[in-house]
Design a binder for this molecule. Structure first.
Ligand code: GUN
Length: 291
């Protein structure tokens, strides 16, 4: 029987243990603070940011939200980051990506104080992660590690195949699974749009992670019996629903669930874990900044 990996339940457990940490910090007079910055009118980005703010409120993190007109000059975003860097009540800063085209994304990431970079995207934090000395693990890869741990899916000596080479998911996850660590020690293959024989490579996986952003491209042919399939994709496809669309993953769920050993659903798999690990990094940031 295929095991359905319940990201909502694991995320709820993580939030519960974070609430306990937050209560301890509170006794020491510390209230973790997270600033989210949105410079976009993309409805999906707006939804993600408002969910992050709601999560903060639920666990006792002080949430601050800043909205910048997407047509405003880039300097407005840089100035906002400078102010948040200097604000001692703000422990974590998250600038929702993507930013408008006239804004240099790399410059934005470099501008955030690396100790407040709860996304883990600043070059200093990327370098630390690659070197095996991470400060903040990027939220989605870390959430995937926590899901594997919760379901006792061993990464030690496993063949992990990651489809997708983004800076947000594919590359950091590959580095984390490679580390000499209990939640690493995997043999990692990273596939992408130029990969030849994707099916053959995917079929070799003990753990297959789909993170390309293409609706249902992972089909049953690409999965062998017993493989753990982790679906990071959230794709809007036209559908006869109230909203006119539905959300599907990068995996053809119904077909792949017939063969996989364990599988994450969309929604309710990786998504809630990404959100929980942002709270985790914010609590960690508050601890680091008050030591
Ligand atoms: N856009 C999509 N995913 C993410 C994320 O994890 N962090 C930020 N800042 N923007 C995103």
């Amino acid at each position: 029987m295929t095991e359905v990996i319940d990201g909502k339940a694991v995320a709820a457990d993580i939030r519960e243990s974070l609430a306990a940490c937050i209560a301890t910090l509170d006794d020491e007079g510390v209230e973790p603070g997270l600033a989210t910055v949105l410079m976009s009118d993309d409805p999906a980005s707006e939804t993600y940011v408002s969910m992050k703010q709601r999560d903060c409120e639920e666990v006792g993190i002080d949430g601050i939200h800043v909205e910048i007109d997407p047509d405003a000059p880039a300097a407005e975003l840089y100035d906002t980051i400078d102010e948040l860097n200097a604000d001692p009540t703000v422990n974590g800063i998250l600038v929702q990506m993507p930013v408008p085209e006239h804004v240099d994304e790399r410059r934005v990431l470099r501008r955030i104080d690396p100790v407040k970079d709860v996304d883990g995207f600043h070059p200093e934090n990327v370098g630390r992660l690659v070197a095996g000395n991470d400060r903040y693990r990027p939220c989605t890869p870390h959430g995937i590690q926590k899901l594997l741990e919760a379901y006792e899916i061993e990464t030690e000596s496993a063949d992990a195949v990651i489809v997708g080479r983004s800076n947000i998911v594919g590359k950091p996850l590959a580095n984390l699974l490679l580390q000499k660590a209990d939640d690493g020690n995997a043999t990692v293959t990273v596939c992408h749009s130029r990969t030849e024989d994707l099916t053959e490579k995917a079929r070799n996986a003990d753990i297959l992670v789909a993170a390309v952003g293409l609706a249902e491209i992972i089909d049953a042919e690409m999965v062998t019996d017993g493989t753990t399939v982790i679906d990071v994709g959230v794709n809007r496809v036209d559908a006869d629903t109230e909203k006119g669309y539905e959300l599907v993953g990068d995996v053809d769920y119904d077909a792949v669930a017939e063969v996989a050993g364990a599988i994450t659903p969309v929604p309710g798999g990786v998504g809630p874990m990404t959100r929980a690990m942002l709270l985790y990094n914010t609590v960690k940031a508050a601890g680091l900044q008050h030591d």
